[in-house]
Design a protein around this ligand. Structure first.
Ligand code: PMP
Length: 432
């Protein structure tokens, strides 16, 4: 299958090598999520993408969690085209698009009363941590081992996964920063509570992904999230939900789905409808620390982001959210369920240790001896098997992360899911 991949994607390989002379990895995101090397895409429409060799794929990566309405969505494109002639960036406290976008977020996200716009999930997580530190007067952050929350120093500690961060403290991060980060086991309510209790007086914040995304699409249980809420509330620790990935899993994100309200919520990726946009949402008490007028003329916490609330991104984001109704979420959830059940059934049919995880439009297949429910069981994945299967699936026309993860959009259909499942059987067959 590797030879077939090379034969199909020669132009990608040549262009990639030329690009690498200027850009260290040849990928704008800096990550090679495709083995043995990424194909280069030059067109996307709906649920389809095309590479420079002219191959067409069903897209199961949706721009890395971003394109919940698929590629080149017409309503989003129109919204951006209407805004651009009026200006893309004002440098003024813009009131119309920001207000509308903030209203859409507040309406859906149960815990969100106030919103501040930024550009990336890294930024909103950093601002959340700063607010938590200012509010509590404490310094430390606790996170689940293996969770990815962004690329800033304090966020990458303890993020090592099978994907692209290899060390607990990656090179370039100082020991001082690393000391501020504590880790607890994902989906282990007692284990997490013990870690948090032991350092409660030093902890400013606990951050959690309601589905571990980069670490393999592993959903948190409701019990785990509830326990984090209880223990943080008991000790006055700020609870941050990183909903950068999970925002579109349900109307109101994971917090509505699980009925657990964090103090602060990071949102990005899908909320911008394909353009760069992030939002930190939270309670009035915490978010008003950003407002000078509510604090005698001087805001206790500073935040700025030049492109935060860019007009084109807000226009795209509003169009995107307006199309994400509860009915649309329900349809995508059932597509995801169809895919997960189908993957499990293929495992049973061929007597293979193949299982699916995920929720909503997010899913992954694991080749693992036990069900994958946390970081430990995730690390038992046979990554070679998954990678080989991934290469064979690419050859069959399914574009996806090579760590076995798939993402769906509102443009995917039941027929697409069935063709993915057929492709998976074919890929298994091709590998012998
Ligand atoms: N949080 C989560 C859960 C993520 O998956 C990511 C990005 N993959 C981030 C934060 C960081 O977002 P950004 O790359 O926009 O900084």
């Amino acid at each position: 299958e590797h030879q077939r991949y090379l034969d199909r994607t020669r132009k990608s390989w040549e262009l990639l090598n030329r690009t690498r002379d200027l850009i260290p990895t040849g990928h704008a995101g800096g990550m090679w999520y495709q083995m043995p090397y990424p194909v280069l895409l030059n067109k996307g429409k709906g649920s389809r993408v095309w590479d420079v060799d002219g191959n067409e794929y069903l897209d199961l990566r949706i721009g890395d969690w971003v394109l919940i309405h698929g590629h080149a969505n017409e309503r989003i494109n129109e919204a951006v085209s209407r805004q651009l002639p009026l200006g893309s960036q004002y440098g003024s406290p813009e009131w119309d698009l920001s207000y509308r976008m903030a209203s859409l977020l507040v309406e859906r996200m149960p815990s969100v009363e106030r919103v501040r716009f930024m550009v990336s999930g890294t930024e909103t997580n950093l601002l959340a941590l700063r607010l938590a530190r200012a509010h509590t007067g404490r310094t430390k952050l606790a996170k689940a081992t293996g969770s990815y929350h962004g690329i800033a120093d304090v966020l990458v500690v303890g993020s090592s996964t099978i994907s692209f961060i290899k060390d607990r403290i990656p090179p370039g991060v100082t020991p001082g920063v690393a000391q501020d980060v504590l880790e607890f086991p994902f989906n282990d309510p007692d284990g997490a509570e013990a870690v948090i209790e032991a350092s409660a007086s030093e902890l400013a914040a606990v951050i959690v992904e309601p589905i571990m995304g980069a670490a393999g699409m592993v959903p948190a249980t409701r019990e785990f999230l509830q326990r984090l809420r209880e223990v943080t509330a008991r000790h006055g620790i700020v609870l941050i939900f990183d909903e950068v990935v999970t925002f579109p899993i349900a109307y109101g994100g994971a917090q509505a789905h699980h009925d657990v309200n964090p103090d602060l919520t990071s949102m990005s990726k899908a909320i911008g409808g394909g353009l760069p946009l992030a939002a930190l949402g939270g309670t009035t008490e915490l978010m008003d620390l950003l407002d000078p007028d509510k604090n005698g003329g001087r805001a206790p916490v500073t935040a700025a982001s030049t492109f935060g609330g860019n007009q084109a991104a807000l226009a795209a984001g509003i169009a995107c959210l307006e199309m994400l109704t509860p009915e649309v979420h329900a349809r995508v959830q059932s597509l995801g369920e169809r895919a997960r059940l189908g993957i499990d059934a293929i495992g049973v049919k061929y007597g293979l240790p193949l299982h699916a995880t995920g929720f909503g439009h997010i899913l992954a297949m694991h080749w693992a001896p036990e069900p994958v429910v946390d970081y430990r069981t995730r690390m038992q994945d046979d990554s070679e098997k998954i990678t080989n299967l991934g290469v064979a699936l690419m050859n069959e026309g399914f574009y996806h992360f090579s760590f076995g993860s798939f993402l769906l959009s509102t443009t995917h259909t039941e027929a697409d899911i069935d063709s993915l499942l057929g492709g998976l059987e074919q890929a298994l067959h091709n590998l012998g």
